[in-house]
Ligand binder design. Structure first.
Ligand code: SAH
Length: 224
């Protein structure tokens, strides 16, 4: 799957995808991340990507032309949908990540300033995606979150496919608590059942723990 990211800060992306599971997906050729400097698609001396909002108000808005031209230049290499990272967009969750993982690619546009000229959305038929109800200073970190969430679902990226099916949200919202050695750390003990070797009891314990976390998570959701 190919991810093309349009941004004014392409340098932010390199190290993030050199590590861990997504890094391995890239090494194996399952995932490709290409960044594109929005300023390379300007034609003026100052390489200006933003301008004042029509109608007045504070801040600057990303101009449509460089974004359209960047997407035009990517299109022949990536048939996937165009996604704008925006705080008011559709909320990213595990279902949406799973849906997007079946696309051949994504073209992701990172906003800055007050946002992106709305004609990018209408003119390119773009889908707006948010990573949560809070405002960050740019779409780069949200784009990284989206790529990570989608890329790890691609077959062959995560080493043991079983670890995907036991993830939080894949069945229940919550996974069960995990422990590793040592069994006694500063008097903090690993639950006996996990050391018992009794797989039926372990399975039952894990199910119950996941259900408890799930109900705590659901209560939390219902508060909002
Ligand atoms: N003034 C705007 C905020 C713009 S934040 C407003 O009131 O909504 C600048 C850019 O950061 C946005 O264009 C978007 O690309 C990105 N961004 C900020 N928060 C985000 C979030 N929660 N999810 C996705 N993108 C976000």
């Amino acid at each position: 799957m190919r991810f093309d990211v349009v941004t004014i800060f392409p340098g932010m992306f390199g190290p993030v995808f050199e590590h861990g599971v997504v890094g391995r997906g890239i090494e194996r050729g399952i995932v490709q991340v290409h960044t594109h400097d929005l300023r390379d698609h300007t034609h003026d001396r100052h390489r200006q990507v933003d301008d004042m909002p029509f109608g007045g108000g504070p801040g600057m808005v990303l101009k449509p032309e460089p974004v359209f031209e960047a997407v035009d230049s990517i299109r022949p290499h990536n048939p996937g949908p165009v996604v704008l990272m925006e705080p008011w967009g559709e909320r990213l969750d595990q279902n949406l990540a799973t849906e997007l993982a079946s696309e051949p690619g994504l073209i992701i546009v990172c906003g800055r300033y007050e946002g992106i000229d709305d004609r990018v959305r209408t003119g390119l038929g773009a889908r707006e995606i948010s990573i949560g109800d809070y405002v960050l200073s740019g779409g780069e970190i949200p784009a990284m979150v989206l790529i990570d969430a989608v890329a790890r679902l691609l077959p062959g990226v995560v080493g043991d496919p079983e670890s995907l099916s036991q993830d939080s949200f894949s069945t229940d919202p919550a996974g069960w608590p995990q422990f590793t050695r040592p069994a006694d750390y500063r008097g903090l003990m690993v639950p006996d059942v996990l050391l018992s070797g009794d797989h039926a009891r372990i399975k039952q314990w894990r199910r119950r723990q996941a259900a408890e976390r799930t109900s705590a998570h659901t209560k939390e959701l219902n508060k909002t």
